[in-house]
Design a protein around this ligand. Structure first.
Ligand code: LRH
Ligand code: MN
Ligand code: MN
Length: 390
């Protein structure tokens, strides 16, 4: 094999798993317009079927994350069984407290105990669903904050958040985990209750071992050194999961590795160094993207391949030589070692390796030739919007 990748590196790639989000298969858009697509899934089962296509052609996406209530079904055993029949599992369960009028001024942080109760109960429902689907992780992202200075009691909200999270955490069982996602702004513009990794870390650390931080790559101020945060959270043993996507401006939710491939490389290098891709790693890798103008299933295939490619390049860094250069204060030498790996084209090696594992050399082309898109376009007539903006 012409691969520059060592057997150890191939072992890392062989166990790489990236969870795909159910909402990526539904129509999405901006405040201005949601464009419809032929073949859009009409229910969670069809979203799972589409997600299974990504795994089928890449071998990289064995689980699909769901969002409640977007993916609410009568029978979660049936959804779980259907996913298994399609060759995938139901992964992370995402709660949603951002589309209900009652949560206008907060959910888990709300001043009114009755609203907090409702939001906590929603999380209990999510945990019950996790029990049925066999999911390990409950992912919480909160749209809570305020728009104007003076509008809200910042401290009181942190305290109420902790109390609410305590109740939710206590409801988890077995090896179920809670991951708390941060985001620096939006939908609130003045303050956000979980704006940064430090706040998420402080909140989850007070809960216990099975509470960790979720890092969404699109949720930082421009210029933030995200790989530093990755390193720190791994160092502290609190990096629970990633929501991967890429961005040019804010929370753009574009294809991971599209806007800044070098950043993805730097992040994955720190993941590797920190043990995040070791066999017993607690880090879950997910995509959190929307495909507003491009085809959705190929958009997801491209995404998981981008993560695989950058992982392969990060695996090429000669870490021993790098450490030697760092110790010697060889600034340019160290940088050259790093850049050599980043600038290596691993695509032919990965194509060959895929073929050796019974996967298509070119998953994008294999999917396009499969006829799946034509089939769902013909079958799913009258599909409704499946997620954002529904
Ligand atoms: C919020 C977010 C969070 C939600 C998802 C749909 O911006 O990243 O993860 O659950 O988008
Ligand atoms: Mn996210
Ligand atoms: Mn987001």
């Amino acid at each position: 094999m012409s691969t520059p990748l060592s057997p150890d590196s191939l072992a890392v790639l062989a166990r790489q798993a990236i969870e795909v989000p159910s909402w990526a298969y539904g129509n999405s858009g901006t405040r201005f317009k949601v464009f419809g697509t032929p073949g859009t899934p009409r229910d969670p089962f069809e979203k799972v079927a589409d997600a299974a296509q990504v795994h089928r052609y890449t071998g990289l996406a064995p689980a699909v994350a769901i969002h409640i209530p977007w993916d609410k079904v009568e029978d979660y055993d049936a959804l779980t069984g259907y996913a298994h029949d399609q060759g995938v599992a139901i992964g992370t369960v995402n709660s949603n407290t951002f589309q209900d009028d009652d949560y206008k001024f907060g959910a888990l942080t709300h001043e009114d105990a009755a609203i907090r109760r409702k939001a906590i109960d929603h999380h209990f429902e999510c945990i019950d669903i996790m029990g049925r689907t066999g999911s390990r992780d409950l992912k919480i992202w909160l749209a809570e904050g305020s728009n104007y200075p003076g509008q809200a009691d910042l401290r009181g909200r942190q305290d109420r958040l902790q109390e609410s999270l305590q109740e939710i955490y206590a409801r988890l069982s077995g090896d179920q985990r809670l991951v708390l996602e941060y985001k620096f702004f939006e939908p609130a513009f003045y303050h956000t209750d979980v704006p940064d990794w430090g706040t998420s870390y402080a909140q989850v650390s007070a809960l216990g071992e099975r509470a960790m931080v979720c890092l969404d790559t699109g949720h930082h101020a421009p210029g933030t050194n995200i790989e530093f945060i990755v390193m720190q959270l791994l160092r502290l043993g609190k990096l629970g999961s990633f929501d991967f996507n890429s961005r040019f401006y804010a929370d753009d939710d574009l294809i991971v590795g599209a806007a800044d491939p070098f950043q993805l490389f730097r992040i994955l290098f720190e993941v590797l160094r920190g043990g995040g891709l070791d066999e017993d790693s607690p880090v879950a890798f997910m995509l959190d993207q929307c495909h507003n103008v491009e085809d959705k299933i190929p958009g997801q295939i491209r995404s998981v391949l981008n993560v695989q490619e950058m992982t392969a390049r990060a695996l090429l860094v000669d870490r021993e030589a790098l450490a030697t250069a760092q110790r010697a204060g060889d600034v340019l030498g160290a940088n050259a070692i790093f850049m050599d790996a980043y600038q290596t084209d691993v695509r032919p090696a990965l194509a060959e390796w895929r073929a050796s594992r019974g996967l298509p050399e070119d998953p994008m082309a294999a999917y396009a030739a499969s006829g799946y898109f034509e089939k769902i376009s013909a079958e799913r007539v009258g599909g409704t919007q499946a997620s954002w903006g529904a």
